[in-house]
Design a protein around this ligand. Structure first.
Ligand SMILES: Cc1cc2nc3c(=O)[nH]c(=O)nc-3n(C[C@H](O)[C@H](O)[C@H](O)COP(=O)(O)O)c2cc1C
Length: 209
């Protein structure tokens, strides 16, 4: 009988010990925590919840495209990158009615590549790149061309979007596509300046990548 009591005591003790250990495990803050650890040393958000690493790059002279890029990034939880020209465009430069304005001259010269500031850290980590720009004379502004010639986009999926007064995205992205090798370009779209979060969300939902 004494042996039986001792055995019972041992079984009960073991049961509680095992229960305590497993409780301790589930409450461990390190295991249950959801803090994002960014290994690239920058303040860029890692999009851990996505199966893709997404870059949302854009050029915007008067912030319309910037706003759309921000809405897109809200949806995809990627990394925003602004393409900034080394010499910014003044309002005189943006005067498309003057055939001698900087933008008019840049539009007429296919070889021109305005210098841009900053670089995308670790471009190789991204597999999806959204690229946004305003339509200038039916095309993408030349700093966007500079951006595409600065990196290797092989193997990446590229999704263009634009804003404009009224023009569609047209063949603006086709000219950019020619600057990349072995990248997959999806059909892009044009947003008006009044596009909101749900406009952007339903466009992204329809994309297959
Ligand atoms: C130099 C220049 C050329 C433009 N060309 C066109 C055009 O061909 N078609 C169009 O619909 N809008 C055109 N626009 C209007 C812009 O595409 C539109 O205002 C755009 O949303 C501005 O974007 P942003 O604020 O991001 O720079 C042009 C604007 C500028 C400054």
């Amino acid at each position: 009988m004494k042996h039986f009591k001792n055995l019972l005591l041992l079984v009960v003790t073991l049961f509680f010990a095992i229960s305590l250990i497993s409780c301790g495990k589930t409450e461990d803050p390190v295991e249950s925590g959801s803090e994002n650890n960014n290994s690239n040393g920058s303040n860029e958000k890692p999009n851990e919840t996505n199966e893709h690493r997404i870059l949302v790059a854009y050029f915007s002279a008067t912030n319309t495209t910037k706003h759309i890029a921000e809405l897109i990034n809200e949806e995809v939880d990627g990394v925003l990158f602004e393409i900034i020209p080394a010499v910014s465009y003044t309002s005189a430069d943006l005067n498309y009615n003057n055939s001698n304005s900087r933008t008019s001259l840049e539009n007429k010269d296919d070889s021109i590549r305005p210098e841009i500031k900053g670089t995308v850290e670790n471009m190789e980590q991204y597999d999806v790149v959204y690229i946004g720009y305003p339509i200038w004379f039916g095309k993408a502004p030349k700093p966007v061309y500079t951006f595409f010639e600065a990196y290797d986009f092989s193997g990446k999926t590229i999704i263009p979007f634009c804003t404009s007064g009224s023009s569609s995205i047209g063949s603006s992205a086709t000219y950019l596509e020619k600057l990349t090798k072995s990248a997959t370009w999806l059909n892009g779209t044009r947003f008006s300046s009044t596009a909101n979060q749900s406009t952007v969300a339903s466009w992204i939902e329809g994309l297959k990548y």
